[in-house]
Each structure stands twice: as structure tokens, then as C-alpha cells.
Design a protein around this ligand. Sequence first.
Ligand code: HMG
Ligand code: MG
Length: 298
Amino acid sequence: AWPEFVTVKEVGPRDGLQNESSHIPTNVKIEWINLLSEAGFISIEISSFVHPKWIPQLKDAKEVATAIRRNDQITYAALVPNKKGLEAAIETNVDEVAVFISASESHNQNNINKSIEQTYPVLREVVEEAKYHQKRVRGYLSTAFGCPYEGDVPIQQVIDVAARLLDMGIDEISFGDTIGVANPKQVDDMLTKIKQELDMERVAMHFHNTHGMALANVLVSLEHGVTTFDSSLGGLGGCPYAKGASGNLATDDLVHMLHQMGIETGIQEDRMREAASYIQEALGKPLPSHQMQVINRM
Ligand code: HMG
Ligand code: MG
């Protein structure tokens, strides 16, 4: 049986924008997040407190987090890599912080300049301090379905890192198909194993749509009882010239599918499309989601 309600976590302002090469003005980000809030999203990842040299697009995280109109019913989240990032996030009073680690060694090294083993104590400290400040904590497990440097990542390796993350006391773990290579059978195999070893209540899925399989992967995940998915409005993100990089699963395509299946999300589709059109216009290029292609043809 399908679930009655699915939690859609909008990550466009973070995962979508972090890959955009053109500079997006801070006030545009703020206005976009305000439109998302008004559209009924219950969880929005608004930015990232990482080193500005690594992700220059999100160097205005603090301004964005403090200037958006906050709604008590909405969880505003931000990505943090370490204690320094956490402290900045706490100053801006976000509701949730997201730590991240990769299932593959070389991606972890390239992404955060540490081995997986060296990353655990950094994250443990972040989780403890975030909990002390009564923040919700989610953990991303990147390259869970494939690594741009190593290719296949063994399922047991994914489960082992996931278990270490969950042991730290995070509220939720999001399995990331960072480069969008997962296929439905692989997701089926992975979730069959995850079910045996981890608490499914705390599992979310984070698909990218490089090969157009993200919605198929969602369907398989729904069948396994997953009810939380990350997505980016319009399918924003990725660079057609960077090997392996592609946008997230498009929120508007996900929400459309769920609503057509009779599954609720709390999101108003017309308001969601207005928010998508707003960021599309600000970026000055068509967004790749199917929903936006329909609108753009009209
Ligand atoms: P590092 O250079 O190893 O850091 O970078 P360090 O601890 O050696 O410190 C070096 C300098 O950085 C120091 O400054 C620190 O203060 C500063 P200095 O003394 O030289 O002036 N620093 C910071 N500044 C601002 N904010 C901070 C911070 N931390 C240290 N938080 C670091 C390590 C983790 C900081 C760096 O590698 C980094 O910022 N990486 C970010 C990478 C990133 O954001 N990647 C994209 C997100 S992950 C993703 O997209 C996948 C996901 O979507 C899931 C999926 O798709 O699978 C989540
Ligand atoms: Mg991602």
C-alpha cells in the first residue's frame, strides 16, 4: 500500500544553487525561499555553512538565514561540515543542521579534505553540540549508489558508514545518489539490506536525475516504506560540462507524481510552480523538470 503522506524536503536553495556558476544575488535567494515557504513546503534546506572558497555561491548563508520570513510550521535546515559551520548555523537559529560524509573514501577526501575515519570525530562533536542546542540533526551519506572516482560502492560499506552515523544520534539519514547513477534494482537491493540492519523510520532518499531514473527510484523506495525524499525545484543544479554532475530529482515532478497517485505532501502545486518560475526567470535559463518544460511550451 502507498503511504498517505510523503515529506518532501526542498534542497534547491542549497544543493541546486551550490552548482550554479552564475552569481545569484542574496535578495533573490531570500525571495525564492519566501515563495517556497508560502507554497506549503514543510522542510527547506536554505544554504550551507561551508568554506566560502569551496562553495562561493553560498557564502551569504548567514544573511539568507537571518533575512528569510520564518514560519513556525516549517523546518529550515542548513548544511554544516564541522564545528565552525555549526556555530555559524546556530547563530542564525536554523531549526535543523545536516552533516555529511561519503560512503567512498576518495569522494570524502575530495569533498571535505579528510578520510572517512578522520571525519567521524568531527561529526560526532557537531551532533553532540547541535543536540545540546536542541537542533534536529540529519546526516547525508553521499556516494551511496556510486562514486565519481571509484565507481561501484559495496552495499556493506554503505551500511557500515550509515550505522556509524546513526549511532552518533542523528535524527534522520539521507542516502545520497550524489551523481545520479542509481537504478531501481540497485535501490531495491539496498533498501532490502537497510531494512534488515537500520531503523527505516529514520531513512530518507536523495536522488539525482542524471540518467532520468530518479522517479523510478522513488517508486521503489515508496514500496519499501520510505516516506521522506529530498528534491530540488525545477531539477535545478548540476553542470552539463562537469563529469558526473547533474541536478537533483525535480521537486515539481516528484510532487506531481505523488499527488497523481493520491499521496499528500501539503504543497500547493500552483504556488510551487510560481516559485519555480521565479527562480527560472532569475537564472535566465529554462529549468529541466518535466513540469517546467510543460509550462515553458505554453
Ligand atoms: P579544510 O581546508 O580541510 O579546513 O576544509 P580546515 O579545518 O583545515 O580549515 C582551513 C580554513 O577553513 C581555516 O581558516 C578555517 O577556519 C576555515 P584559516 O585559518 O585558514 O583562515 N573553515 C571554515 N570556514 C568557513 N566555514 C566553515 C569552515 N571550516 C573551516 N565551516 C572543509 C574542510 C570541510 C571546511 C571544506 O572542505 C569545505 O568547506 N567543504 C565543503 C564541501 C561542500 O560543501 N560540498 C558540497 C556539499 S556535499 C553534497 O553536495 C552532497 C549532498 O548533496 C548529498 C548527495 O548528493 O549525495 C549533501
Ligand atoms: Mg546532492
